[in-house]
Every structure is written in C-alpha cells, then in structure tokens.
Design a protein around this ligand. Structure first.
Ligand code: CA
Length: 382
C-alpha cells in the first residue's frame, strides 16, 4: 500500500452571531481537513486545529508545500516513521504552531487509514479501550457583547443542565471583576444540582490577575482552572499551582513530546490538555500520554475542531490509562463545545450523541467516521 495523494479541504462558515473568547472576536468557523489517499482505494481523514482567530490556510499551505512531498509514495502504515520524518524535515521552521498542526492532520489521517486497513477502531491499535464511554463537558459561555452578561450566562448554565450536562466549562478572561461576578452567579445557580464547573481564561491574564481570580475560584471546588497564563510562562504556571488549591490545566497551545517534556517535567500543570489537531496528532498524543504517566499528571485532550477532531479525541480518550489507579479513579472527560458549529453534526454521517449523560466511543474501524462530501462542498473555500 502506498500513499498516492494528500488532499486538503479548507472549510469556512460565517457565524450568525460573532462571539468573543479572551483573545478576540470569532466571526467564522474554520477547518483544515486532510484526506490521505492510497493506491488500494483506502483513505484516511485528519484535521489541523484552527482556533477561532487562526487562518486555516496556514496549516493547509504547510501540508501542501512541506509535508505532502514527504509522504507521497510512502507506506501509510509506517506511522511513527512518517511522524519523525515530518517533524525532522520541518524542525528548522516548525516545532510549534501551524506546522505541527499540519503534521497532526496527516498523522490523524494515517491512524484512520490504519484502522480501515486492519478493520479495527483506532483505540484498539493504541492498545485497547480503558473505557467505552466518556462523560462530556459543555464548553460555552462565550460573550456576545463582552462584559456585563452575567444573567444571560446563568441562563446558559441552566440550558446545559437541562440538556443533560453535569460538567460545564465557563469561559473567563474578560476582566477579573466581571469574571468573578459571572462565575459566582453561575456557581450559586448550579449549587445542589450535581454540577461540577471548570473555568478557562485562554491565558487572558498575567500572574497577578490570574492569582487574584484564582483566590476566588479556590472557594468554588472547580475541576480545573485552564490556561491561567500564557503558554510560555511556565514559571507562572508553577507559581499558580503552588499557591492555589484549584487544579491547574493547560497544554492546548503546546506541541509534541519536546514541548510537553517541559510542561510535564516542570510539573507546571495538574492536568495536561493536548489537542490532537495541534499537538502532533495521535502519535504525539501517545508520546505525551507516556510522558504524563511517568510524571503522574492527568491527560485530558482538548478539542474544539470539527467532527473529525472530535472522533480522534474519542478514540484517544478510550485508550488513555487513568493516571492514579483506584476503584473510583478519575476518568478523562470529553470537551463538547456547545457553540454553533456546522462542521460537526453535518460533516459526518453519524455525529456524536449524548445518551444518559455520556458519549459512547465508536468501535467502527479507524476514527469511526464517514465524511459527507456534500458538506465539504457546501463550506469549501479555495
Ligand atoms: Ca481552552
């Protein structure tokens, strides 16, 4: 079997209502999807993470110009070999950001392809399923005006609860005073309802403000406090982790075993959050999971991409060992972005569903998805 083509599909869709996270206003949804095609008719799908502000054309260009020539003609089952080839050949201009996101997309597609070749779900190729279902957490609470949206956000929490979510992640980072007003109101509204909250400031603060917010968060028994400071500020992470009781999470903007070596080796986080479309794909996630296990740090993948990235996330979550073994050990949870996104439900023939508060992990071959060509055509930009 040989790789005979690598196709990139850039999708975009304007949002009816733009929303803000702490780093800016999101006006459109974007996705960079990749399709790796072989001479035997098998194909695999992957995705490069394109967060709300990132032009999807960057990763697309890296795939087309830098990576495609490195994998054409190769055996797609040589996944680890190809990962190192792609990483080494782009090292001098890559290592982080969109180039690694591009590697991630091809790597994800190779795992999907291998699953189709062996007729096994990816989680089985990774060593088997530690779990067959995962509890999703609602990501949302974006701002549509900016500040002063406490009441609307409390209503949103009630909406997530009514939809069956017991875990919710509140976006903060819009000013410490506003953040405190919002999180205290949501926590009060959800009290006694079996809800666990997390927060995410998307590195909207420096250490002093992050700590000031963190002191208030410490009273709320959160599951985690995500990206409190910039990903470069490992000293800041360590300081917050030492001074706060709330578990510190981060890693969606870190890449490969080399980047995560520093985050884990410094014990900068309690929970590490590689994004499969950005960290270097499923191969890198496997490296990172082994590193994290050795350091006694939990892995909980981040996912904000399309249905392709969601499917990859589910497969990896199935294959993650618990970090601290116990009868009632803490399992990873699935990020389930509740904001409007046409490339999720409409992109695959069997979108993920929540049943009784859990998402079932597919055991179909590969990533367990079938991509709908009509949706690709509907949102394609070239
Ligand atoms: Ca985040």
């Amino acid at each position: 079997m040989k790789i005979i083509d690598v196709k990139v599909h850039i999708l975009q869709s304007p949002l009816a209502e733009p929303f803000a996270f702490s780093q800016g206003w999101v006006h459109r949804r974007s996705a960079t999807l990749v399709e790796v095609i072989t001479d035997v008719g098998l194909t695999g799908w992957g995705e490069a993470f394109a967060q709300g502000l990132e032009p999807p054309q960057i990763a697309a260009s890296a795939i087309e110009h830098a990576l495609r020539p490195l994998v054409l003609g190769a055996d797609p089952l040589d996944i680890e070999v190809l990962w190192h080839r792609m990483y080494h050949q782009t090292r001098d201009y890559g290592r982080k950001g969109s180039v690694v996101a591009a590697i991630s997309a091809i790597d994800m597609a190779l795992w999907d392809l291998a699953g189709h070749h062996y007729q096994q779900p990816v989680h089985r190729l990774l060593g088997g399923a530690f779990r067959t279902r995962v509890q999703p957490y609602a990501t949302g609470f974006y701002r549509v005006r900016g500040q002063g949206e406490r009441d609307r956000l409390v209503d949103e929490a009630h909406g997530h609860l009514a939809a069956g979510f017991q875990l919710m992640k509140v976006k903060l980072g819009y000013g410490v005073a506003d953040d405190i007003e919002v999180i205290q109101a949501i926590a009060a509204a959800m009290q006694g309802r079996g809800v666990t909250l997390m927060v995410d400031t998307n590195h909207g603060y420096g250490r002093t403000e992050a700590l000031r917010l963190g002191r208030v968060l410490d009273e709320l028994d959160l599951r985690w406090y995500e990206e409190p400071v910039a990903p470069e500020d490992l000293d800041g992470y360590c300081e917050l982790r030492a001074k706060l009781r709330t578990p510190i999470a981060g890693g969606e903007n870190e890449h490969t075993l080399y980047g995560f070596r520093d985050l884990l080796g410094r014990h900068a986080v309690d929970i590490v959050q590689p994004d499969l479309g950005s960290c270097g794909g499923i191969t890198a996630a496997r490296h990172i999971a082994a590193l994290a296990q050795a350091h006694g740090i939990e892995v909980n993948p981040h996912v904000w991409g399309s249905a392709v990235a969601q499917a990859a996330s589910l497969q990896v979550i199935a294959a993650l060992p618990v970090t601290h073994h116990a009868v009632f050990a803490r399992d990873p949870v699935l990020e389930y972005d509740r904001s409007s996104h046409p490339f999720r439900r409409d992109l695959v023939t069997q979108p993920i569903e929540m049943t009784d508060g859990f998402v079932h992990i597919p055991d179909r071959p590969g990533l367990g998805i079938e991509v709908r060509r009509d949706t690709l055509e509907r949102f394609r930009v070239n």
